[in-house]
Design a protein. Structure first.
Length: 350
């Protein structure tokens, strides 16, 4: 399968437009074309040990959930481990692709897989995603009327010089029995300030309407999940379920104020990886994530919310086996897909 064809198929599986704005997703390392992919290698973290495994297994493309290149590289040498990953990849003609938070957001992604550790439940995103593409450009629509054609030409000429203004249209209209011209335009938040200032200078602001353009929310798509269990379950039973699902002998537990191991859990908020910012302020009986800041744990406990921490990548890695099967179907078994055996969380209990 050609690399570019495969990348297009991976983007169809989970649109990269769903990734967080701060993230670095997509094809990160590309061997010179043409590049055929016979073996796709899945890993949660691309370490040097995992890279050597990919080389030994003759991978043509590595799908690394976490992007191994996050901050810009100023050089590619043998000095640092991330630079060495790029060198090894190019030496062996291996591409590197990362989906990261795009896989967090999609309905069939990492967070959906994590909910399965709670048992039978329904779930909704904690922070729903907005439609990435939408016919209306800009964040605001501005509409105003004027009865002076000559004056309008001057105003329109100045509006056209403002950056981030689009969809500028004029239409004849009758307002309170008078023939006027109605102007409509879309603009960004930044451009809105310039447009309003211009209209004020030309005594048009009092006739202006400003509408906020909001993109529609996508169903079942977004960051984190708020899960409602079909039946309340004791905290001790939930702990056992999570350990079983994540195949962990240990988890870290902070019991909410006034709660015990026998307290019922009906509603759980979860986020794979690092969940502090996503879970903060959410009302639930339980927070489930990989890691949280010390003070966010204290806040949750003081509010009677129990916190379960499983270490960052332990809440993500188990998804890879499910991903292998889903991608196999999505790609119609055109290539071999294997999961790393060397990939593991860097922290362990000793």
């Amino acid at each position: 399968m050609d690399l570019r064809e495969l990348v297009s198929a991976l983007n169809d599986f989970a649109s990269l437009s769903l990734a967080e704005s701060w993230d670095n997703v997509g094809l990160l390392v590309e061997p010179s074309p043409p590049h055929t992919v016979n073996t796709l290698f899945l890993t949660n973290d691309l370490t040097e040990e995992v890279m050597e495994e990919a080389v030994q297994k003759k991978a043509d493309l590595i799908l690394s959930y976490h992007p191994p290149i996050f901050t810009p590289l100023k050089r590619v040498t043998w000095k640092t481990w991330k630079e060495r990953l790029v060198v090894r990849a190019l030496e062996h003609r291996i591409g590197i692709y990362s989906p990261h938070t795009a896989y967090d957001a999609v309905p069939h992604g990492v967070n959906n897989w994590l909910t399965k550790g709670l048992g039978a439940c329904t779930s909704v995103p904690l922070h729903p995603s907005a439609a990435p593409s939408y016919p209306a450009k800009g964040t605001h629509r501005v509409e105003f009327c004027t009865d002076s054609a000559e004056h309008l030409e001057t105003v329109l000429a100045k509006i056209k010089d403002i950056q981030e203004v689009s969809c500028l249209t004029t239409l004849a209209a009758r307002v309170e029995g008078e023939e006027q011209t109605r102007v409509s335009l879309n603009c960004s938040q930044k451009a809105l300030l310039e447009v309003v200032a211009l209209l004020s200078q030309n005594s048009l602001y009092h006739k202006t309407e400003i509408l906020l353009l909001q993109k529609p929310l996508l169903p079942h798509t977004g960051m984190g999940r708020l899960c409602t269990l079909s039946e309340p379950v004791s905290l001790s039973d939930i702990i056992a379920r999570i350990k079983c699902h994540l195949k962990l002998p240990h988890i870290r537990l902070a019991v909410g104020m006034g709660k015990t191991l026998e307290s019922p859990v009906k509603k759980a908020a979860l986020c794979a990886g690092s969940g502090s910012s996503i879970l903060k302020g959410i009302e639930a009986d339980l927070y489930l994530t990989g890691e949280m800041s010390h003070h966010d744990v204290l806040d949750a406990v003081a509010n009677g919310i129990t916190v379960i921490l499983c270490e960052h990548s332990n809440t993500e890695r188990g998804f890879l086996s499910e991903l292998r099967d889903m991608l196999g179907n999505h790609l119609r078994s055109k290539i071999s897909i294997i999961v790393s055996e060397k990939d593991r969380d860097p922290l362990q209990v000793v």
